[in-house]
Design a protein around this ligand. Structure first.
Ligand code: NAD
Length: 488
């Protein structure tokens, strides 16, 4: 579909109390198409006064309807929204193709999972309940109630805009909360289109609100608002730390899904083709802008050269091009600014003594002329002490290191402030289980890549975050437990 077929004509609105509205200031910002560097759409920019209205609408909806809506009714509305979304997946995939630079084939594949997120929590919520406790004081009947928190602020990054918004929104609504969503200012368009479906799905006005604009002041107004009970944030670790500090003033609940520098450990007995395919995907998928990508590639010395020969051959053949081309595997990064950040790390790595190597020459190509395009790359000759092995780069580049023993591999893998995920490739099941125990990360994958799904919990250790997104854990994290002690 062409840009003009899927984009709105006027500025994209906010959603407050069931109505699409301009911001009170009337101010707009421009969303850029990274594949061309040109303006794609204008978006109304919220200010703290709009956030105030959105939170007020959410509070009103929570007290007047949503908290007392029967679980079965909440479930039906989520299912209805899933159906409406399914009918829009094609158009939404094109919107993210243009707004985030996602290759259309990949964009479709990601968004095809969106309705399933709503369906999963529509089912899960029906089993949500407290329990009866057999306490030692027999003059009491003791039980727990699982109650919603109230209003949740959902702050979303740009790398999987609508998918992550849905992963936050579905459990929050399922648990009986009302939400204010703050999409990334870099990729706001698809979430606005989700907002256009919520009235038809039967959600009362104010249950779902959307405010667009930058992290500061729009996101931080949500974080500071004492009426907001919880913030669910996905984004960079430094932003997450600031939110953690600001949320402390009102002792808010937090789910923080932050950055990563995950390791992939490839042992000599591994199925090398499988391990190569995963490393290739970690570089190419979403141009490497994936939090769970294993960006530190640890290779056992005896197979390192053979592994790299295979990986480099695949990288030379990757199809880089305009995201609207169905054959494109790798499009631009989300913005010129993100590509500039990656280029800076190439210089940092060189200065530290590592050697960045690119596998596709983009020079002189007219279809990848925007400076948001980068080729797939590897850092060779790196050590784990270098910044390119310690800091999240968030682009199509892996840092390659070699190891001789299992103990050395584990020590490198765990020598990081992050702890989001890890991969282990080996045919030795006993070793695989030793690695599962030894590696300190929220998700450990054996002989497969890090691909999260809605039905399994995902969330990092250490500075990769707090709490879990996905799985029934996300639903529980969006409730609070009340203990009732009833004297007999
Ligand atoms: P970012 O931190 O710049 O922004 C994320 C969101 O937070 C945006 O909506 C932004 O406007 C908002 N924000 C920024 N500062 C804020 C503040 N002070 N108060 C309130 N809101 C604020 O992140 P990004 O660049 O959009 O996304 C990339 C990052 O997200 C990477 O570090 C990546 O690892 C991380 N990420 C993590 C996961 C995960 O599950 N752990 C998933 C996807 C992305």
């Amino acid at each position: 579909m062409k840009r003009e077929d899927v984009l709105r004509k006027g500025p994209y609105p906010l959603l407050i109390e069931g109505k699409e509205v301009p911001s009170l200031s009337g101010k707009t910002f421009t969303s850029i198409d990274p594949s061309t560097g040109r303006a794609l759409a204008e978006v109304y920019e919220a200010g703290p006064e709009d956030v105030d209205l959105a939170v007020g609408a959410a509070c009103k909806a929570f007290e007047s309807t949503w908290r007392s809506t029967l679980p079965r009714e909440r479930s039906k509305k989520l299912m209805k929204l899933a159906d409406l979304l399914a009918a829009r997946v094609e158009a939404l995939s094109w919107i993210e193709c243009y707004d985030a630079g996602k290759p259309i084939a990949a964009s479709r594949a990601w968004l095809a999972g969106g309705p399933g997120t709503l369906e999963f929590y529509a089912g899960c919520l029906l089993g949500l309940s407290g329990e009866t406790l057999d306490v030692s004081d027999k003059t009491l009947m003791d039980f727990t109630l699982r109650e919603p928190l109230g209003v949740c602020g959902l702050i979303v990054p740009w790398n999987f805009p609508l998918s992550i918004a849905l992963l936050k929104m579905a459990p929050a609504l399922a648990a009986g909360n009302c939400v204010v969503i703050k999409p990334s200012e870099v990729t706001p368009l698809s979430t606005v289109e989700l907002g256009a479906l919520v009235a038809e799905a039967g959600f009362p006005p104010g249950v779902i609100n959307i405010v667009n604009g930058p992290g500061d002041p729009v996101g931080s107004a949500l974080v500071r608002d004492p009426r907001v009970a919880k913030i669910s944030f996905t984004g960079g670790t430094e932003s997450g730390k600031r939110i953690f500090r600001e949320a402390a003033d009102t002792v808010k609940r937090l789910t923080l899904e932050l950055g990563g520098k995950s390791a992939s450990l490839v042992f000599a007995d591994a199925d090398l083709d499988k391990a190569v395919a995963v490393a290739y995907t970690d570089i190419v998928r979403n141009s490497g802008q994936v939090c769970g990508a294993c960006t530190r590639l640890l290779l056992e010395e005896s197979v390192a050269d053979a592994f790299l020969d295979k990986l480099e051959a695949k990288l030379r053949a990757v199809k880089i091009g305009p995201p609207e081309d169905p054959a494109t595997e790798m499009g631009p990064l989300v913005s010129s600014a993100q590509a500039a950040k990656v280029r800076k790390y190439l210089e940092i790595g060189k200065a530290e003594g590592a050697t960045p190597k690119a596998y596709v020459d983009l020079a002189g190509r007219s279809d990848t002329a925007s400076d948001a395009f980068l080729p797939p790359m590897l850092f060779h000759g790196a050590t784990n002490a270098m910044r390119v092995a310690r800091e999240e780069i968030f682009g199509p580049v892996l840092t390659v290191m070699r190891f001789r023993t299992e103990a050395e591999a584990v020590a490198i893998a765990n020598d990081t402030r992050y702890g989001l995920a890890a991969c282990v490739f080996t045919r030795d099941a006993t070793r695989a289980m030793r690695m599962v125990r030894a590696i300190s990360a929220g998700t450990v994958c054996v002989n497969t890549g890090v691909r999260s799904s809605v039905d399994a919990p995902f969330g990092g250790f250490r500075e990769s975050g707090i709490g879990k997104e996905r799985g029934k854990e996300a639903l529980l994290d969006d409730t609070q437990l009340k203990n009732v002690r009833y004297g007999l």
